[in-house]
Design a protein around this ligand. Structure first.
Ligand SMILES: Cc1cc2nc3c(=O)[nH]c(=O)nc-3n(C[C@H](O)[C@H](O)[C@H](O)COP(=O)(O)OP(=O)(O)OC[C@H]3O[C@@H](n4cnc5c(N)ncnc54)[C@H](O)[C@@H]3O)c2cc1C
Length: 484
């Protein structure tokens, strides 16, 4: 990455200004604390060097954020927004130092509007709290990333987080009706409203969604809610081969005439890591792959009928068994295992590439054949799992801990994998985002006119390039990342 040429730095006078805006308790220059907040879930050893903010701030209101940005913009100081730091792309890593803005104190649910079926929240609310608050009112918030017990809703919106219910409800962006945003110069605006339809101007709401903090800072979010389905079951379906599991997925809709809320894949290697991590066992854990299929509805008999149909069909298509989890504890056990796979792999392996690939759903088997071939060629293992119903597979390439030059080998293997993904009509990231981690690979997936458009959009929103620089956008071809 090019070094910045023209960013301002955080001087004692800047810290004083920040303290005047936020109060002394809202500003930290403690090196150890800054180090903790300057990272996400991408291990620091994967970066070329540690990245550190110069100052860490904790705003409590939109006015605070606005004043921080106005001051930073005047001095061209980089500003990196940070949610809970559960990101898997280095999105919240302050690549050019500057001010790191934590949203942990903007954590209020402001309104639950049961007439308009929506909830207004601050960006620092933990995702699972939103789910719980909606459920208490008999409503569903459909966003369901596996990290939901820790991630903040602001981070979910900025990454357009996916998760387990995308097949039925779409990613986070599908639940976003409106956003209050502080723009780079400190001005505050609302995109969207408590409206289910809106073609009055460009769709800035969904431009902000997934923009990774590079276009503006989100300070309030209006989320769409739905009636909470009264009944739900999860089917755990082991298959003798990964291919059989994947081939079964489209049959659920085509032959079973059922739209599940989730269809998740966990291959044997992934499941065994999760079992070790949680010290637990799931049935048929020697099977090559398991599907988790979640069905839900308001009529118990309809759900029971669908369960039977999907179960029967699975057995016809080669499933080894069908386990039905229909009570809270068995369902929780299943999902705990599914949700811990990512953490388990990160805990047990040093040398891995954690991918977030998406291909058209009918090409998932081709993707996984290609991964097998790569493993043989590069003498490595893979653990594959993820949101198979969306064609979004978390391929994890794993190399031995003591392998010399593993980084170079992994890089080449990854390049070959990306080329395959591209040829399959796929893309680089389905939900984890580009951040610092994937930016170098963007030109393999987006053509020059698109990259140029992104640069111009960035320029329109953030002329000095202070918002989360180093992420997503190739800002200035000549001078690197700093402002023009
Ligand atoms: C175990 C595990 C499981 C995961 N499972 C999933 C999954 O199923 N689906 C999925 O999509 N992701 C998943 N993730 C990735 C991660 O949890 C998501 O990307 C999540 O949305 C990040 O939220 P966060 O609050 O931690 O954001 P952070 O990591 O802190 O930040 C993410 C990005 O959002 C920006 N940002 C944060 N707040 C704001 C704001 N207020 N305004 C503007 N920009 C902002 C940051 O600058 C950064 O670019 C998983 C991660 C882990 C560790």
């Amino acid at each position: 990455m090019n070094e910045p040429t023209r960013f301002g730095t955080v001087t004692p006078e800047v810290v004083e200004r920040l303290s005047a805006i936020l109060g002394a308790g809202g500003v930290s220059v403690d090196g150890e604390k800054i180090a903790v907040y300057s990272r996400d879930e991408v291990a620091e050893r994967f970066w070329d060097r540690p990245y550190r903010a110069e100052v860490l701030v904790f705003p409590e209101s939109t006015r605070h954020v606005s004043e921080i940005l106005r001051m930073a913009n005047e001095r061209r100081i980089p500003v990196t927004p940070r949610g809970a730091g559960t990101g898997l792309s280095g999105g919240a890593v302050p690549a050019f130092g500057g001010i790191l803005v934590s949203f942990e104190r903007m954590n209020r649910i402001l309104e639950l509007d049961t007439e308009n079926l929506c909830m207004t929240v601050e960006p620092g609310v933990i995702t699972a709290e939103i789910t719980r608050a909606a459920r208490k009112a008999g409503l569903l918030y459909a966003g369901d990333p596996c990290s939901g017990d820790a991630s903040f809703i602001g981070g979910n919106v900025a990454e357009n987080a996916g998760g387990n219910k995308v097949i039925k409800y779409g990613p986070t962006g599908s639940s976003v009706l409106a956003l209050e945003v502080v723009l780079a110069d400190g001005s505050v605006t609302w995109f969207g409203g408590k409206r289910r339809k809106d073609v009055t101007g460009y769709d800035f709401v969904h431009l902000m969604v997934g923009s990774e903090g590079t276009l503006g800072i989100i300070t309030k979010i209006v989320l769409k809610l739905l009636p909470l389905p009264a009944f739900g079951v999860d089917l755990l379906i082991p298959f003798p081969t990964v291919e059989a599991a994947i081939r079964f997925v489209p049959r659920i809709a085509l032959e079973g005439r059922v739209t599940p809320a989730s269809i998740e894949l966990v291959d044997h290697h992934s499941l065994s890591q999760a079992e070790k991590f949680l010290n637990t066992r799931l049935p048929f854990d020697q099977a090559a792959a398991h599907l988790i299929v979640q069905l839900e509805g308001n009529d118990r008999e309809v759900v029971a009928d669908e369960t039977e149909r999907v179960g029967k069909l699975a057995l016809e298509k080669g499933a080894l068994e069908v386990f039905v989890a229909d009570n809270r504890s068995s369902r929780d056990k299943l999902w705990k295992a599914r949700k811990s796979v990512a953490e388990a792999i990160m805990a047990y392996y040093q040398n891995y590439a954690k991918e977030d690939l998406v291909v058209p759903t009918d090409r998932v088997p081709d993707l996984l054949f290609a991964v097998d071939a790569l493993c043989r060629k590069w003498r490595m293992e893979a653990a594959n799992y993820g949101h198979v119903g969306d064609g979004n597979i978390h391929v994890n390439l794993l190399m031995a801990d003591d392998r010399p030059h593993w980084h170079e080998d992994m890089e080449q293997a990854r390049q070959e994998l990306y080329e395959t993904v591209r040829q399959l009509g796929g893309t680089l990231s389905g939900e984890h985002g580009i951040g610092l981690k994937r930016k170098a690979y963007l030109p393999q997936f987006l053509d020059a006119p698109q990259l140029e458009l992104m640069r111009r959009v960035k320029l329109a929103f953030d002329p000095n390039g202070i918002l989360n620089p180093g992420k997503l956008v190739f800002w200035d071809k000549k001078t690197g990342e700093a402002g023009a």
